[in-house]
Write a protein that binds this ligand. Structure first.
Ligand SMILES: [Zn+2]
Length: 285
């Protein structure tokens, strides 16, 4: 096949789209850019002839690179938005980020941030967190912050709870196991509020199935629960013993004890309402 006419056609096409701009000039037989003063043509030997095809000058190449970088940035942003929508069935939690962390629990904040920083290693070892402690201590907040920070890095995460998962699965005619195994497309699975779901045989079976599937895949899981250390370590039922001991195997347990954020918020709300109504504590006394 004779390549020469093909190259000539390409050259002609490039020449057409490379009309000189104002300020461009010719030096030593090559066209130069009037803005960056670098050549818009290069000299090559092709089929025994010296040719001068058009090329990108420095500023045109920089413009192309900047456009490419911008395109990639937008693409990544859209990907992250998609991951966040998918990862937070409860949209409220998608707004919980480290930026909103009031730092009341330094130990928890540090562990959560370090978990994100070391996620590659955590994932490799299939290690998650088991955050346990009283209601309102910020366990859900910390796990949502972790998921949000990882999603920012393009890591697929899902933040949900057993009640929601079981509802979804119970409504399925078939494909239940496929759905459960499908959860493994998320690098991190966060399941909020273990043991707050209805305590039935059926529920327990699904909870165990979800945890086992994650375990088999060697992928990390973050679980939050209001259960105490004693309840986690010495459950009465055999099934719970199995589930909890597997959780201890898969997760680093972290007891979260701190002031009751919900109670604090209630008190703050109460004070605000009193102020709005022109009441104050002194009047009541
Ligand atoms: Zn230029």
């Amino acid at each position: 096949m004779d390549m020469k006419p093909i190259f000539e056609a390409l050259e002609k096409a490039a020449a057409k789209s490379s009309a000189p701009d104002d300020g461009d000039f010719v030096k030593d037989g090559l066209l130069y850019c009037g803005k960056c003063f670098t050549p818009k043509q290069c000299r090559v030997e092709l089929f025994g002839e010296i040719r001068t095809p058009f090329c990108l000058c420095k500023c045109a190449a920089e413009k192309r690179d900047a456009e490419e970088a911008e395109r990639k940035r937008v693409e990544k942003m859209q990907e992250v938005q998609k991951l966040r929508r998918l990862g937070f069935p409860d949209a409220e939690l998608s707004r919980w980020t480290f930026d909103n962390d009031d730092g009341t629990d330094e130990k928890l904040s540090t562990a959560a941030r370090n978990y994100v920083a070391n996620f590659a290693e955590m994932k490799k070892r299939g290690k998650g967190l088991l955050l346990f402690g009283k209601v309102g201590t910020g366990k859900t907040f910390a796990s949502a912050c972790i998921a949000n920070a990882l999603i920012d890095k393009g890591v697929p995460c899902l933040v949900t709870n057993f009640a929601r998962l079981v509802n979804t699965i119970a409504g399925m005619y078939d494909g239940k196991q496929d759905y459960i195994d499908g959860l493994n497309r998320f690098d991190l699975l966060v399941i909020d509020d273990l043991a707050s779901e209805r305590d039935t045989e059926y529920m327990g079976e699904i909870v165990q199935n979800i945890i086992d599937s994650r375990y088999r895949a060697g992928l990390p899981l973050i679980v939050t629960t209001n259960l105490t250390s004693d309840e986690l370590k010495h459950p009465q039922e055999i099934r719970k013993q199995r589930i909890y001991s597997r959780l201890f195997e898969m997760c680093v347990p972290l007891e979260v004890k701190h002031k009751d954020r919900r109670k604090e918020k209630l008190i703050a709300d109460f004070d605000e309402m009193n102020a709005l109504l022109g009441l104050n504590a002194a009047d009541e006394a």
